[in-house]
Design a binder for this molecule. Sequence first.
Ligand SMILES: NC(=O)C1=CN([C@@H]2O[C@H](COP(=O)(O)OP(=O)(O)OC[C@H]3O[C@@H](n4cnc5c(N)ncnc54)[C@H](O)[C@@H]3O)[C@@H](O)[C@H]2O)C=CC1
Ligand SMILES: O=C(O)[C@@H]1CCC=N1
Length: 277
Amino acid sequence: MNPRLTFLGCGSMNEAILGGILAGGLAAGQVTATVRSAGRAEELRTTHGITVLAGSEDPDANRKAVAGADLVIVGVKPVQVADVLREVAADLPRGAVVLSVAAAVPLALMESLLPQDQPVIRAMPNTPSRLGRGVTSISAGRSAGPEAMDLARRVLSATGTVVEVPEEQVDAVSAVSGSGPAYAFYLAEAMARAGAELGLDPDLSALLARETVAGAGYMLAEPDADASSLRRGVTSPNGTTEAAIRTFDELNLPGIIETGARAAAARAQEITNQLTA
Ligand SMILES: NC(=O)C1=CN([C@@H]2O[C@H](COP(=O)(O)OP(=O)(O)OC[C@H]3O[C@@H](n4cnc5c(N)ncnc54)[C@H](O)[C@@H]3O)[C@@H](O)[C@H]2O)C=CC1
Ligand SMILES: O=C(O)[C@@H]1CCC=N1
C-alpha cells in the first residue's frame, strides 16, 4: 500500500522527514502539507512537488489537508499541538494514524482532544532524517495497535533507524538524539574556533572541523561501529590525541555533556508541566 501522508506544519523537522520519505521513493502526489505563510508554502511546493496549503490563505487548510490521509505527521511547536488537533479532530478519517514529533506533548493530552479510538503515536526524530540517517523513537498511544505502529515504522524507515521506547523515556531520547545533532554541530564550531586560535585561517579551520566531524560520523555509521574503539584507534600511546583526551577527562567533559543532556530533559518536563497544568 502507498500511504497518503499529511504533514501538519512543515518547518525544520517535518521538512527533514518529508525529504527522507520522498528520497525513499514515496510519490510526491501522495503528500499534502500545511504551513502558516504563503511564501513558505510556495517554497515547499517548488522544492518537493507536494501539495501545500497555507493557513494565512485558507483558514481551513489543516482540516482540508487531513481528508483522505492514512498518516498525519504533526510537526508544529509543542505549544501549538493542542490547537491544531482540536481543529482537525472532526475531519480526521477514522483509523488515520496521528503521529506527533513534538517534544514534551504527552500522548494522553493528544488523545484527550481526538476521537476515542483514533490511533496516536508520539515520535522523537532528528534532522539527519533528511539524508536517511536519522534516528526516531516511536511510542504507542492507547489505540495505536500493531497495524498503526507498522505503518509508522514502514514510513519512517526511509528516514533512518526507528526504535520503539515507552513514553516515559521520550525526554531522555530527546536529550540524546533529538537535540544531539546540535551537540555535534556545536563540537564542530568549537573545534573550528580552537584551530583559529592555534593560528589557522578561520575558513580553513572550519573546513577541517566540518569534514572531521562528518568523516567521524561516517565511521560511526558503519555496521558494528563502536565509539570507544574508534577513539582508541586515533589515540596513540603517549601521542598528541592522548594529551587532548586526558585534558578533556581532567575537565570532566563527559560530566558537562551529561549535565547538558539533563538540562534538555528537564526543560522537556517543564514544558509538559506547562501544557498539562
Ligand atoms: N528541529 C528539530 O531538530 C526537532 C524538532 N522536534 C519537534 O518538531 C516540532 C517542530 O519543530 P521545528 O520544525 O523545529 O519548528 P519550525 O518552527 O521550523 O516549524 C513549525 C512549522 O509549523 C507551521 N505552523 C505553525 N502553526 C501552524 C498551524 N496552526 N497550522 C499548520 N502549520 C503551522 C509553521 O509554518 C512551520 O512550518 C516541535 O514540536 C519540536 O519539538 C522534534 C525533534 C527534533
Ligand atoms: O529544541 C527542541 O525543543 C527540539 C526538540 C528536540 C530537538 N529540537
